[in-house]
Write a protein that binds this ligand. Structure first.
Ligand code: PEP
Ligand code: MN
Length: 338
């Protein structure tokens, strides 16, 4: 349900409506707009008598929201969301590159990568300290030590950090170290984790579950937003299909419907989407053309020696070549590489 206030409604009238919603054991989400304030309502709305709110002074109309994703959908929030960070803003019009190694391996490689990226105008670096690996015998990440490395390199170079949170136990530490908290594909429906990052002060990059429908993905975003964290960035990273020519099937066809149904920005991860570095540039360019708001790219100073996902990681030279192609394509599409 969405309460639309009259354009001349006063702050006091808005407060009365907020209190009335809370009194019904529901949660109000005020959304100030250019001409008027709207108030989204979430919770178990079934029993609500809408007339109670309709008659309050300053209320213009009540609109029923039909989709299950109330906060993530466009019904309640028509305008595009821009996720604003100290380093940059993610959303339509620009195309934000988030690049870096799969894992934090040591301080030297993180510092080298950060300096390389900063030199090319990239504002955000990805790197996992906690790694969700299919095998318990594979490199699991440096954990808290990895977060310390990221924090030091962030301080030294000014680059923003995108890093994965795998469990609620490490939430405080990751929230502190990260500029954007990544939720991985395997945790897209880890509801306790989603609730925790819903309380976080940092934006959340929410990867699509490897077999999640668009609706399930948006409902996962809804969990985060229902907790009060409205800064969610969707990330398409490929889904499971019968195809075995690539690691996953990068579903670029999800971008137009995601944009239609949701106001949230969406970035594409062609590294995990394809699993092979040769396939990354064409799919990165296709993501830009298809209307994505940015890319999450694996880039490593020495991909063949990477502790994880080397085969899909671009070398620095590979990244430079892709960046040139992206810049050439961005012009005609009226997008600015960020
Ligand atoms: C990653 O980004 O390194 C990662 C583990 O991704 P995903 O959750 O998409 O597999
Ligand atoms: Mn990886």
């Amino acid at each position: 349900m969405l309460v639309v206030m009259q354009s001349h409604a006063t702050e006091a009238q808005i407060d009365v409506v907020l209190d009335a919603i809370r009194a019904m054991q529901l949660t109000p989400h005020p959304m100030p707009g250019a001409t008027r304030t709207a108030i989204g309502i979430t919770g178990n709305i079934g029993m609500v008598d809408s007339r109670t709110l309709e008659v309050l002074p300053g209320v213009m109309e009540l609109i029923r929201v039909t989709k299950p994703f109330k906060l993530a959908g466009r019904e309640m929030h028509e305008a595009d969301t821009f996720v604003r960070l100290p380093e940059t803003t993610i959303g339509p019009g620009t195309f934000t590159l988030i690049a870096g190694p799969c894992s934090v391996e040591n301080e030297t490689m993180i510092e080298r990568t950060a300096e390389f990226l900063v030199g090319h105008g990239v504002k955000l670096m990805r790197a996992g300290a906690f790694k969700p690996r299919s095998s318990p015998y594979s490199f699991q990440g440096l954990g808290l030590e990895g977060l310390d490395i990221l924090a030091r390199v962030r301080r030294k170079t000014g680059i923003g950090i995108v890093t994965e949170l795998m469990d609620t136990d490490n939430a405080d530490a990751v929230e502190e170290a990260a500029d954007i908290i990544q939720i991985g594909t395997r945790n897209m429906q880890n509801f306790s984790l989603l609730k925790r990052v819903g309380k976080a002060r940092k934006p959340v990059l929410l990867k699509r579950g490897m077999s999640a429908t668009l609706e399930e993905w948006l409902m996962a975003a809804e969990y985060v937003m229902a907790g009060g964290n409205y800064n969610v960035i969707l990330c398409e990273r490929g889904v499971r299909t019968f195809s075995d020519h690539s690691r996953n099937t990068l579903d670029l066809s999800v971008i137009p419907p995601a944009k239609k149904l949701s106001h949230l920005p969406i970035v594409v991860d062609p590294s995990h989407g394809t699993g092979k570095r040769d396939y990354v540039p064409p799919m990165a360019l296709a993501a830009l053309a298809a209307g994505a708001d940015g890319l999450l790219l694996e880039v490593h100073p020495d991909p063949d020696k990477a502790h994880s996902d080397g085969a899909q990681s671009l070398s620095f030279a590979g990244f430079e070549a892709l960046l040139e192609s992206l810049k050439r394509l961005a012009g005609p599409l009226e997008r600015r590489i960020n």
